[in-house]
Design a protein around this ligand. Structure first.
Ligand SMILES: [Zn+2]
Length: 278
């Protein structure tokens, strides 16, 4: 089924969201669909006995941080001449899909999050911290977390590479209800697409340098050494100066969750996050 879903929804993350709803492990999902593909997607979902509600507005994607994922989008009227994306709310329950659409229209993030099946602690975290200028809560989640080592289930940084087991921001990277959701999602993926599940687990077990301005970096195949890590290749969203620094050195000294050193260059500040997922 994964292949069939990918033909319709393109991105793996999006296809998985739909799979979780079809399989009944997620009560409702919210996905962006390009307006020219709206009918095709609706037909596909209705055939699978999934109800849909379509937003009364369109979204223009921001010049994205990555080709797969953008946290930012600009709302425009649905009859605007510019081509845009609609939000589709999908559920096996018609009322849930309609209600999710309504809650988004009212900007009620808390209720919307609960309808989408996210943990209450994370919905409250989102409600408290989200605003138009701060749509990416990854570093905020890190701020709420103890230390910088986490189970790979909550690696939300990899979403920039179309890899994630969660579609919400966990309130902390150790959030237990989020880890439970991620584990269930991985199990479902193993059932339907074992190879994809293996690829996901491999990529999620990366160390991450997360920045708002200089890119997101996944340091692959990391191993612990004194005060830091050795690592292999580096995946990046941006070929920035920091990327070249990280990829031309294979060792990272970790001084704290916002504080690291590469080849005698000390980098520190709340705009930088260090996360090690195992
Ligand atoms: Zn939580």
């Amino acid at each position: 089924m994964i292949q069939e879903l990918q033909q319709t929804f393109h991105s793996i993350i999006k296809s998985l969201e739909v799979l979780y709803v079809i399989e009944g492990i997620k009560p409702c999902a919210r996905i962006l669909v390009f307006e020219d593909e709206l009918n095709k997607v609706n037909d596909f979902l209705n055939e699978k006995n999934i109800f849909t509600a379509v937003s009364d507005f369109k979204a223009l994607k921001h010049a994205a941080q990555s080709e797969f994922y953008s946290d930012k989008s600009v709302k425009i009227p649905k009859n605007d001449a510019r081509k845009g994306y609609f939000f589709i709310y999908l559920s096996r329950n018609k009322e849930t899909a309609e209600k999710a659409k309504l809650m988004e229209a009212k900007s009620n993030h808390l209720e919307l999050g609960l309808l989408l099946g996210y943990p209450k602690c994370c919905c409250e975290f989102f409600q408290r911290n989200f605003n138009e200028n701060n749509a990416d809560l990854t570093l905020k989640a890190l701020e709420n977390s103890n230390g910088c080592e986490f189970p790979f289930y909550t690696n939300i940084a990899a979403r920039h590479f179309d890899v994630s087991l969660l579609s919400h921001f966990p309130h902390s990277l150790g959030c237990m209800p989020s880890i439970e959701i991620a584990k269930n999602n991985l199990k479902m993926m193993q059932k339907h697409a074992e190879q994809v599940a293996g690829m996901f687990s491999g990529i999620l077990k990366s160390a991450v340098i997360y920045t708002m301005e200089e890119g997101v970096f996944l340091l692959r195949k990391h191993e612990k050494v004194d005060n830091g890590l050795m690592y292999g290749d580096v995946l990046t969203t941006t070929k920035s100066k920091l990327y070249y620094l990280l990829s031309s050195n294979k060792k990272l000294g970790i001084l704290g969750k916002n504080d690291f050193v590469v080849s005698d260059v000390y980098i520190k500040g709340h705009q930088y996050g260090v996360m090690v997922f195992t």
